[in-house]
Design a protein around this ligand. Structure first.
Ligand code: ZN
Length: 133
């Protein structure tokens, strides 16, 4: 497995509207996409910084993984997503190399990408996402 680049940084927010305002007004970035990912119970907002994206994540339900994260840790950096050529192959590679997986096979994430998460217990605390077309 060899990541090609950082695709995006996922940031958990308690209020998407307020967070978008911060990233636009203070950071000078433009939100180009807002999308709800129903099966992950999140609403996302995207910004581009060069070739890296910022993905804001707001929970849409109290049992959303993002709601759990906010309760435990508060708002902040939630995960780092790496672009790979083939998500299923990359997931198999990292598992073979010793990482635990949240997703054994890829699923559909925001922006139509295939995504898969590694378990943070086996990534030294960094929730890691692999994503690709
Ligand atoms: Zn993500």
């Amino acid at each position: 497995m060899k990541p090609k680049r950082i695709e995006h940084i996922g940031i958990a927010v308690s209020n998407l509207e307020e967070a978008i305002k911060y990233w636009e007004d203070v950071m000078g970035l433009e939100c180009y996409n807002i999308e709800e990912v129903v099966d992950q119970k999140v609403k996302t907002a995207f910004f581009k910084v060069g070739e890296v994206k910022i993905e804001l994540l707001e929970a849409t339900s109290p049992d959303s993984p993002i709601a759990g994260f906010l309760e435990k840790k508060g708002p902040g950096v939630h995960h780092i997503a790496f672009a790979v050529d083939n998500v299923n192959e990359a997931l198999a590679d990292v598992e073979k190399a010793g990482a635990r997986l949240i997703d054994k096979t890829s699923r559909k994430g925001a922006e139509g990408l295939n995504i898969g998460f590694l378990h943070p217990k086996s990534t030294l605390g960094v929730l890691t996402e692999l994503c690709g077309e």
